[in-house]
Write a protein that binds this ligand. Structure first.
Ligand code: GFP
Length: 839
């Protein structure tokens, strides 16, 4: 532990009235108190971790008054509430963000300085809650931030995974997964609620019976039960006093285990069962492996959905005698199909636990849920084998069958001569293994369905949910994703924040359209200088981080060309590599015409079971090894892989980018959100017409975006005509030379087989059309390289990118959800108007 001998403050030296004050004095006093009363440490032996914990508790105390006042305000007003149901929340570190949202960054820095502490050192101590895989989980976190900022009554419901997304280590160029231990040293942001527990049941069978009114009913006799216990995390708004709730569920053993086992005297059996139950919230599943019907995952989904709905029912019954009006109190958003079992669970609660009849229960259910689709990839569309489903959730399978029977009757009435359509739309996929189609359940059980970017929403309507769109066109919406400018500009890029604040005033981060105040300065030489200095500083910070993490030295003057995101063949990190190898090849051959020095930065995790993605990581390292050590090449090219891409690393990476790689095959990336973060920080995009790239390009201006590649229609046509990648290989000399180099063993210490699976896949199938897009990609890269050699022109484009991306704020997205889907109004909270329930 680091000894802290400098200027330890005297206990009791501050004003007692500043218990939760925001001045440096109050913060210091509270910090020292937390060190003493919460950490039970004294100054001289405090470790950096102790300092972090004390700081976190100091900040948390300042959040609680707002939080309690918010709960009070919402409850009194009986406010309509958004419930965001998501299996993932990729929150990232909390301390820095909370300082910003409380508006006490300067006070905290001052207070820390007075105590002889470096605030950054404290911030760096925080382990990150990586309770998500990638885009979908991070989107949920951005939306929580915006909901609070817009004063919308909202609860985020999810799972408190004990181990979030794995830590990525690199060993000999290969990804090695290490267990994430984010909870090991305690989590100061969460508040356990041991009394907020709900039973969740699994297995067993169902029994019909007749109730006291002589009505037919069904009783579920489960085989095992467990409990979900709530852990609450406050979510601050920015520039207001609203503080919403993120409620994550932790699984604990139910009473039935203990009693049964104790009666039999089987103590160890009881303990075993307890361990089994607690497994449910042990670990986050990587999402981008083909869905293989993992039993534990279905259990996780049902577990958190059931707890959340029971919690909503409890709240509702505080205001109402029964479940009538449930859909008026709540709008529940299904973040992808992961929580879509909620449709059957709410039906079960209404029917079996609250004695409602089917029609009424269905009416309430359908008016409660809305569903967001995040992907068209067939392998990612969730279906569960009927056998597994019925074994774990027999009552829910019955309910789904009944929903389906009624739905199919409606369809037959409407399409009497189209049995194929009826079969296509069924909630059950018939085949050797019958399966429940979760996207169909979500669509039928929701009042709204949305995609996450304009082009994606169109594709949802014309492909995966086409029949449903024809049936219910009014149900379908687009809400283009957004990202929070608080975390991704203000926190990540303080220099850019300073520039914007100087022009637009401090309120800009509440209304990202204010970024437009940058626009008139795009050609101003003095302003451009300041902009370049900002970029330069961010690149130096990243260079230092890269050196620390990998030992590689990179030149901040070079063009930073960055691709960070999950590793996936559709995202085409290997297309980027083909271009890098082409540049290498040209330099070695002396045919190079693009003298722009470049640093290629990669980062991202591969799903542990996704062989090709892991091989791509190996290839990045192998190409890096050859290029970085070759003096003929490394003056011009460097390639680095930043290990363990996560929110913390991302915050250092986005501001440092000159060029943002958004090069997925058109039609495959639903939206992308990294693309927005880069552009807001003044990176130019090289990209395809895919996902939100289309809208980013329209927003920033076509001349400020490096477009290339096949369109969705062209991709379809190419595939339909019988795509033969081999012909591209044969007819394009450079492409052939590049692929031959990969097959030669040059990048694999002479082993020609190492990257065979990749090159074979490209030459034989190339399902993501890398070879077809290769010529256009290298041509666009050449344009980018040329443009970078004109600093004034490039800086102008960079400024215009940042100035014109206000639309991609998650505040805009949440406003659209509120208006077009949820029909919910802001409910501002005022600390001043409180009646003093906080002593
Ligand atoms: C998915 C989609 C992305 C989209 C996000 C958020 O991301 O295109 O931007 O959801 O809507 F693929 P992953 O969770 O798969 O990273």
């Amino acid at each position: 532990g680091t000894a802290r001998k400098e200027r330890a403050p005297m206990h009791g030296s501050s004003d007692e009235r500043t218990r939760t004050g925001m001045s440096p004095e109050s913060l210091k006093r509270a910090f020292v108190d937390s060190m003493f009363y919460v950490q039970a440490r004294y100054w001289e032996v405090a470790t950096p971790h102790d300092l972090y914990m004390a700081a976190a508790y100091t900040v948390r105390d300042r959040m609680l008054e707002r939080w309690i006042r918010t709960a009070e305000t919402y409850r009194k007003a009986d406010a309509r509430t958004v419930c965001y149901l998501s299996a993932e929340y990729l929150l990232g570190p909390q301390l820095g963000n909370n300082l910003i949202n409380l508006g006490i960054v300067d006070s905290a820095r001052q207070g820390a300085r007075d105590l002889g502490i470096d605030l950054q050192e404290i911030l760096d101590q925080e382990p990150e809650p990586g309770l998500g895989n990638g885009g979908l989980g991070r989107l949920a976190a951005c939306y929580l931030d915006s909901l609070a900022t817009l004063s919308i009554p909202a609860i985020g419901y999810g799972i408190r995974y004990e181990h979030g997304i794995f830590d990525q280590k690199i060993v000999d160029g290969w990804q090695v997964e290490d267990c994430d231990l984010w909870l090991t040293n305690g989590n100061p942001w969460e508040i356990p609620r041991p009394l907020l527990r709900y039973p969740v049941r699994f297995g067993g069978h169902t029994e019909p019976y007749t109730d006291e009114h002589g009505r037919f009913r069904v009783r579920w006799v489960p085989e095992l039960d467990l409990y979900g216990m709530a852990y609450d995390t406050p979510v601050l708004g920015f520039g207001n006093d609203n503080t919403n709730l993120l409620r994550l569920w932790h699984a604990t053993a139910g009473r039935s285990f203990d009693l049964q086992a104790f009666h039999k005297g089987d103590y160890y059996g009881a303990v075993n069962a307890k361990v089994g139950a607690e497994n449910i919230t042990k670990v986050l599943y990587p999402n981008d492996e083909p869905e293989v019907g993992k039993e534990l995952r279905l259990k996780q989904q049902y577990f958190f959905v059931s707890c959340s709905l029971q919690d909503m029912v409890r709240v509702h019954l505080q205001h109402a005698p029964n479940l009538e009006g449930f859909h008026e109190r709540f709008a529940a958003q299904l973040n992808d199909t992961h929580p879509s079992i909620a449709v059957a669970e709410l039906m079960r609660l209404c029917l079996d636990e609250h004695g409602m009849d089917w029609e009424r229960a269905w009416e309430i259910t359908r008016r409660t849920f809305a569903y967001t689709n995040h992907t068209l990839l067939p392998e990612a569309l969730e279906t569960w084998p009927v056998e597994l489903f019925g074994r774990l959730l027999p009552r829910h399978l019955e309910i789904i069958y009944e929903i389906n029977a009624r739905f199919l009757d409606e369809l037959r009435m409407r399409y009497p001569f189209d049995p194929e359509r009826v079969a296509r739309m069924s909630l059950i996929e018939e085949g050797p293994v019958r399966r429940v189609r979760m996207a169909h359940l979500a669509t039928v059980g929701s009042f709204a369905v949305n995609g996450v970017a304009a082009i994606h929403s169109e594709l949802v309507k014309s492909t995966v949910l086409r029949d449903f769109h024809e049936l219910w066109p009014e149900k379908f919406h687009n809400i283009t994703n957004g990202v929070t400018p608080r975390r991704f500009i203000q926190l990540s890029n303080p220099d850019l924040c300073g520039i914007i604040t100087d022009l637009a005033g401090p309120g800009w981060a509440r209304d990202a359209e204010n970024l437009r105040t940058l626009e008139p300065h795009a050609d101003d030489a003095a302003f451009q200088q300041r902009w370049q200095a900002m970029k330069r500083a961010a690149k130096e910070r990243l260079a230092a981080r890269i050196r620390e993490a990998t030992g590689a030295v990179v030149d901040p003057q070079s063009l930073f060309d960055i691709q960070v995101k999950r590793i996936h063949e559709y995202k085409r990190q290997h297309l980027n590599l083909l271009h890098i190898v082409a540049l290498y090849h040209r330099i070695k051959q002396g045919t190079d015409s693009d003298p722009t020095p470049r640093t290629f930065v990669f980062g991202g995790k591969a799903a542990p079971g996704y062989f090709m993605a892991k091989l791509i990581i190996k290839l990045i390292h192998s190409v890096a090894e050859v290029i970085n050590r070759d003096p003929e090449v490394n003056q011009r090219l460097r390639v680095v892989f930043v290990p363990n891409f996560n929110v913390k690393n991302a915050e250092c990476i986005y501001p440092a980018a000159d060029l943002s790689e958004q090069i997925s095959t058109a039609g495959k990336e639903a939206s992308g959100t990294g693309n927005m973060k880069f552009s807001m920080n003044g990176a130019l995009t090289i990209g395809t017409l895919d996902g939100a790239n289309v809208e980013i390009r329209d927003a920033v201006g076509h001349e400020n975006f490096f477009l290339f590649g096949l369109t969705v229609a062209e991709v379809e046509r190419t595939l339909a005509e019988g795509y033969r990648p081999w012909e591209y290989y044969r007819s394009h000399d450079e492409l052939r030379e590049v692929i031959d180099l990969l097959r030669s063993g040059l990048f694999s210490h002479g082993d020609p087989d190492l990257f065979r699976p990749l090159t074979d896949s490209l030459l034989q199938h190339d399902p993501y059309l890398l070879l077809a897009d290769y010529p256009a990609y290298v041509e666009a890269q050449a344009r980018a390289g040329d443009a970078f050699r004109d600093p004034a022109g490039w800086t102008r484009m960079s400024i215009l990118n940042a100035a014109r991306t206000g639309f991609f704020s998650s505040d805009r997205a949440i406003r659209e959800y509120c208006r077009n889907i949820w029909q919910v109004e802001p409910m501002p909270v005022s600390l001043a108007a409180g009646n003093g329930s906080v002593p």
